[in-house]
Design a protein around this ligand. Structure first.
Ligand SMILES: NC(=O)c1ccc[n+]([C@@H]2O[C@H](COP(=O)([O-])OP(=O)(O)OC[C@H]3O[C@@H](n4cnc5c(N)ncnc54)[C@H](O)[C@@H]3O)[C@@H](O)[C@H]2O)c1
Ligand SMILES: [Zn+2]
Length: 361
């Protein structure tokens, strides 16, 4: 008979898990593997709540395995390293993002793009090399192969840095890859949530002119005054849309729900790129004619490879980029998920695992 999550590995762990597609999370006892020779174990201090966690706890993508311990913006302090670990030592500030394994021999892995490896293993809800299910960062302890460990500079606040591990890299990587990380480019950011708000910060740091494109005029002042965007476009306002037609080099679309991309394609210059980052549960309609007229591109991007995530963290440290966060105790997590579903967060919930998890179990 298969062992229970609590028995399958030697190291005891506690976390919060969703048991079914209601998405309601509650305390959960499980276990983690012993520290292998290339493994790094760390005490989880904070974990960000990504909208993907919300999609996953509710099984909106149809791939969830329960019990499901979410969390892929996981940061903490190293407590043990395997004998062959070179990257970090006990006491270092580290993190794990969306990926904890891959084949390490395919073309993508050889190009430091583990996330695009066909055998890529997600940090939670996936099958690990040993056949056990992976559990994420809404938990007290984490272990990962050192290839999947990111280092944080000593002076970076770990709570506000945690969201860089998913939100940060998910906007940084396409800006670089699609040639949008250049001074003078006009970049649009659609959806001013967890991804969107760090998208504004990175695009500004690259020297771009940044316009926030939003359905909600209530975000205007914050976008301009607080996040440093150059302009604000209310996407429900036809006049504003028309005035901006053909003016964007690139648009990052971080919207988590169904929406029309036709107006966004219209905003692009010829050769402009609309990069889809949000992951709505159903396919969007792709209007072809507006793409032909202007040789425009609709593309996608998923987080980033391990090398690039480290590069992004170092860039963020240099430019003082972190997320704007609301720190919560673990027993607020269900309420936080409800609020996230309504877009009621400025701009990322981060769970204070270190101070609240042990006492909640
Ligand atoms: N591509 C990737 O690798 C990757 C990584 C992380 C997250 N994601 C996905 O990106 C999306 C956003 O994640 P997040 O954590 O930033 O979420 P979030 O909830 O913080 O932000 C989403 C934003 O979209 C806005 N929005 C929601 N519905 C909308 C609609 N119908 N029209 C216009 N705007 C709308 C919300 O107001 C909010 O500002 C999610 O679908 C998530 O799963 C993808
Ligand atoms: Zn994420």
């Amino acid at each position: 008979m298969a062992k229970t999550p609590e028995e399958e590995h030697p190291i005891k762990a506690v976390g919060w898990a969703a048991r079914d597609s209601s998405g309601v999370l509650s305390p959960f006892k499980f276990s983690r593997r012993a520290t292998g020779e290339k493994d790094v174990r760390f005490r989880v201090l904070y974990c960000g709540i990504c909208h993907s966690d919300l999609h996953m706890v509710k099984n909106e993508w149809g791939t969830s395995i329960y019990p499901l311990v979410p969390g892929h913006e996981i940061v903490g302090e190293v407590t043990e390293v395997g004998s062959r670990v070179k990257k970090v030592k006990v006491g270092d500030k580290v993190g794990v993002g969306c990926v904890v394994g891959a084949c390490h021999s395919c073309e993508n892995c050889n190009n430091d793009l583990e996330v695009y490896c066909p055998k890529m293993i997600l940090s939670y809800g996936a099958c690990y090399y040993d056949g056990t299910v992976t559990y994420g960062g809404y938990s007290d302890t984490m272990v990962a192969d050192e290839r999947y460990i990111l280092r944080f500079p000593e002076n970076m606040p770990l709570d506000a840095a945690a969201p860089l591990l998913c939100a940060g890299i998910t906007v940084y990587s396409p800006l670089k890859y699609y040639g949008l990380a250049e001074p003078g480019k006009h970049i649009g950011v659609v959806g001013l949530g967890g991804l969107g708000h760090v998208g504004v910060k990175f695009a500004k740091a690259f020297g771009a002119k940044v316009t926030v494109i939003s359905t909600s005029s209530s975000k205007k002042d914050e976008a301009l005054e607080h996040l440093g965007a150059d302009s604000f476009l209310l996407s429900s306002n036809q006049e504003q849309l028309e005035a901006s037609l053909g003016t964007f080099d690139g648009i990052l679309d971080t919207v988590s729900a169904m929406h029309s991309i036709l107006p966004l394609i219209g905003l692009l210059k010829s050769h402009g790129k609309l990069v889809m980052l949000g992951a709505p549960e159903k396919p969007l309609e792709l209007p072809v004619f507006p793409l032909l007229m202007g040789r425009k591109m609709v593309a996608g991007s998923a987080t980033g490879g391990m090398k690039e995530i480290q590069e992004m963290i170092d860039f963020a440290a240099k430019h003082n980029i972190t997320a704007d966060i609301e720190v919560i105790p673990i027993d607020y997590v269900n309420k936080a998920m409800e609020r996230l579903a309504k877009g009621d967060v400025r701009y990322r919930f981060v769970i204070d695992i270190g101070n609240s998890l042990a006492s909640s179990n």
